[in-house]
Design a protein around this ligand. Structure first.
Ligand SMILES: Nc1ncnc2c1ncn2[C@@H]1O[C@H](COP(=O)(O)OP(=O)(O)OP(=O)(O)O)[C@@H](O)[C@H]1O
Ligand SMILES: [Mg+2]
Length: 200
């Protein structure tokens, strides 16, 4: 067994409330989950634009972007997917603690991983299920990945050869196949505004 590490975190002077007062809003993690092509990045990006215009401090953590840097050592096996989400959970929590509204857009197909994120973030967390069905995602096939997965060129592809566990109790369900991008965006913006307002 590894040697016991003696880690004693320092208590810093600036509190969560100090940051909220300075920013004029609370920090929060909006965790977008859904199949590839469901609209996570599209909606998160449009939501961020609106929030940014209103002076809200935001940051997007997005699947492929994180996988090219922080998590470039990970593949798509179940173990790597779990480690991928574990690291992002901690980064999301740190950014929320810094006072930001964090928009995290990851397929995150396993309920236990999403539950881990919720636990890790400790409050001010919302699971946003982008509930576009597989047929619609596959028809959109934005990145051409469904065709490749069907042809057997990609293994462990969520929805085709790897499972997607639908959220059991998401804070918000956004069925993008039944609404425009603008409507989906407004739905999330209206929701988050109630969560980050001070004095409540
Ligand atoms: N109502 C809608 N809301 C969101 N996206 C929509 C809607 N209608 C059509 N689309 C289209 O669906 C596609 C969604 O792709 P997007 O890249 O956002 O998915 P994703 O969930 O981020 O996928 P991935 O997991 O592969 O990154 C975009 O091309 C977008 O224009
Ligand atoms: Mg995306």
């Amino acid at each position: 067994m590894a040697e016991k590490l003696h880690i004693i975190p320092h208590q810093h002077a600036i509190s969560k409330e100090d940051r909220e007062r300075q920013n004029g809003h609370k920090g929060h993690v909006l965790w977008f989950t859904g199949l590839s092509g469901s609209g996570k990045s599209t909606v998160a990006s449009a939501v961020e634009r609106e929030l940014h215009q209103k002076g809200i401090r935001t940051f997007i953590l997005d699947g492929d972007n994180v996988r090219t840097g922080l998590n470039s050592d990970l593949d798509f096996s179940a173990a790597s997917r779990e480690e991928n989400i574990r690291r992002i959970a901690h980064v999301s929590a740190l950014m929320k603690d810094a006072g930001l509204v964090v928009l995290s857009a990851f397929v995150s197909p396993y309920q236990k991983d999403r539950d881990f994120v919720r636990e890790c973030v400790q409050g001010d967390f919302s699971e946003i299920f982008i509930s576009t069905p597989l047929e619609v995602c596959e028809q959109r096939d934005v990145k051409g990945l469904y065709a490749k997965a069907r042809a057997g060129e990609i293994s462990n592809f969520t929805g085709i050869s790897a499972p997607f566990e639908e959220p059991t109790n998401p804070e918000l369900d956004v069925p993008t196949h039944k609404m425009s991008i603008e409507e989906a965006t407004a739905m999330v913006v209206d929701y988050i505004n109630t969560k980050i307002a001070l004095d409540q």
